[in-house]
Every structure is written in structure tokens, then in C-alpha cells.
Design a protein around this ligand. Structure first.
Ligand SMILES: Nc1ncnc2c1ncn2[C@@H]1O[C@H](COP(=O)(O)OP(=O)(O)O)[C@@H](O)[C@H]1O
Ligand SMILES: [Mg+2]
Length: 257
């Protein structure tokens, strides 16, 4: 059954349309890459998927039920959202930040189980050495792992991440994508917005290409064709393919009409 069903949604900021009749279903265990130029609507779509924004028309359903009918705590037990990397957030340790992810499950104080889950995540994400460090003092890659940890503490069925690999070096980009891929194998649906098409192609199982608020293309690696990339990104590209890999080499920018 569908995890998330986006049904003909539109969204406008102060009358300016940003999403135009977008529909899509996301299934358990998928690793979806949302791609598209700056300003095409990726972040807005994710915010509609987690209920931060309500669409003007259409609706988003989670396990068959309208998002609007969930309380914020109910939603947080199903969907976790990792916004684009936040610099200089309120000082907090790695441990406390991850424990905070338990909030939708908490009574007035953390239980033994909440502390155990937090400790397990810290081990699993290899954060033990820095567990009592202030998150403002971490590297970009460490901080991204901490926020993924906080999302996991919610024990959600879906994790949405906005540009989780932006600002990371090559090693940490792959580390984060690999971690997300492993999570998707555990039947969690993962949705990322991502600019690096080659990185996306290496890890994601399916792609949504957004252009000016519309779903321009959806599907597997076959959607990466020169014509479509040139139309959407205004860049001349060459595509190389071998048995299980596909690469895009951008050649030169084309002028906007
Ligand atoms: N809070 C906002 N108020 C007004 N316009 C916004 C706001 N957030 C985004 N926009 C506009 O909506 C469009 C889509 O933005 P966004 O969803 O952030 O795109 P992306 O994540 O693909 O870069 C852009 O034109 C952007 O300027
Ligand atoms: Mg964005």
C-alpha cells in the first residue's frame, strides 16, 4: 500500500503559484530523489508532504488518511523532516538533540526505552565519541548524521530530507547517501531533494524531476536524457552509460529564452 499519496496538489505563496497539480505515490522502502533547478518547488513539495504547509487544492494522504486529520504528534511518529542544514542552532549536545526526536513519543519525561533508543542510534551512527559535544561545534557531515539520528529517534515510516548532501565533501556525501539507502532497505521511505544528479543516480531508486512547479518527469534512470536535462537545467550535457552506471557530464550552459 502507498505510504504517501500526493493527490493533485497546488500551492501558492501570496498568490504566486509554486506547485501546479502535482500527483505522486510513494511506497515503503523507496529512496526517492527530488531533483530540479533552484526555485522549482522542491522544498515546498516536501513541506506539503510533511504537513508544514497545506496545499491550496488537492491533498496529501499518509497511509490512506488525509494529513490534515493527523495531530502534530501523530504525524511526527510517522514522518520525520530534516530541513536543510542549520548553522548555529540553539546549543545542545548530540545526545540531547537525538533524544529530542523522541518527543512525539514522550510523556512528561524520557523513559528508559527513550534513553535506550537514543543510545542505540548514537552507536549505530557512530556518534559515541562526540555524544556530549555541542552540535554547533561539529563538522557538516557529523551534524547531518546527528539530524538523521534525531529523525530516526521518531521511529518514523517516512524521512524527508532537504538537500542532505549540500555542503558535504565527497566522502561524507557518500556516507550520508549510503546510510539513507540502508534505511530504505528497512522499509522506511526516504525522500531527499538533491542537486547532484550523479550522486542521486548512484543511490536513489526513483526520481521526481520538478520544473517550474510541475512534475516534468518521474521514474528510474531512464528519465535522465539530454533533451530533458537541457530543457530543465539549460545546460548542454553528455550522458555516459555502462552496465550499471549512468553519468552526466555538463558541457556548457545554454542561454535562457
Ligand atoms: N516563504 C516563501 N514566501 C514566498 N515565496 C517563497 C517562499 N518560499 C519559497 N518561495 C518561492 O517559491 C518558489 C519555490 O521555492 P522552493 O520550494 O524553495 O524551491 P527549491 O527548493 O526547488 O529551490 C521559488 O520561486 C521561491 O522564491
Ligand atoms: Mg529548496
Amino acid at each position: 500500500m502507498e505510504m504517501i499519496d500526493i493527490k493533485n496538489i497546488t500551492f501558492a505563496y501570496n498568490g504566486k503559484p509554486v506547485l501546479k497539480d502535482v500527483s505522486e505515490s510513494i511506497y515503503p522502502g523507496e529512496f526517492i530523489g527530488i531533483i530540479g533547478p533552484n526555485g522549482s518547488g522542491k522544498t515546498t513539495l516536501m513541506r506539503c508532504m510533511n504537513g508544514i504547509l497545506s496545499p491550496g487544492q488537492g491533498k496529501v494522504e499518509l497511509e490512506g488518511k488525509d494529513l490534515a486529520r493527523f495531530s502534530s504528534n501523530q504525524l511526527a511518529r510517522k514522518i520525520a523532516y530534516v530541513p536543510q542544514i542549520l548553522t548555529n542552532v540553539f546549543p545542545s549536545t548530540v545526545f540531547d538533540t537525538i533524544l529530542m526526536g523522541r518527543k512525539p513519543h514522550l510523556g512528561w519525561a524520557p523513559t528508559k526505552k527513550d534513553l535506550e533508543i537514543t543510545a542505540e542510534i548514537i552507536e549505530k551512527l557512530d556518534l559515541a565519541d562526540i555524544a556530549i559535544k555541542d552540535i554547533n561545534k561539529l563538522s557538516g557531515g557529523q551534524r547531518q548524521r546527528v539530524f538523521i539520528g534525531r529523525a530516526l529517534a521518531q521511529e518514523p515510516k517516512v524521512i524527508l530530507l532537504d538537500e542532505p548532501t549540500a555542503n558535504l565533501d565527497l566522502h561524507h556525501q557518500h556516507e550520508v547517501m549510503r546510510l539513507l539507502k540502508d534505511l530504505s532497505r528497512k522499509e522506511i521511505s526516504i525522500v531527499v531533494s538533491i542537486h547532484d544528479l550523479n550522486l542521486a543516480m548512484q543511490y536513489c531508486s526513483r526520481f521526481l524531476l520538478i520544473h517550474e512547479g510541475k512534475l516534468e518527469a518521474r521514474g528510474g534512470l531512464e528519465i535522465f536524457r539530454p533533451e530533458i536535462l537541457e530543457k530543465v537545467y539549460k545546460v548542454k550535457v553528455e550522458i555516459f552509460e555502462n552496465k550499471d552506471h549512468k553519468y552526466i557530464i555538463p558541457l556548457k550552459p545554454l542561454s535562457y529564452d
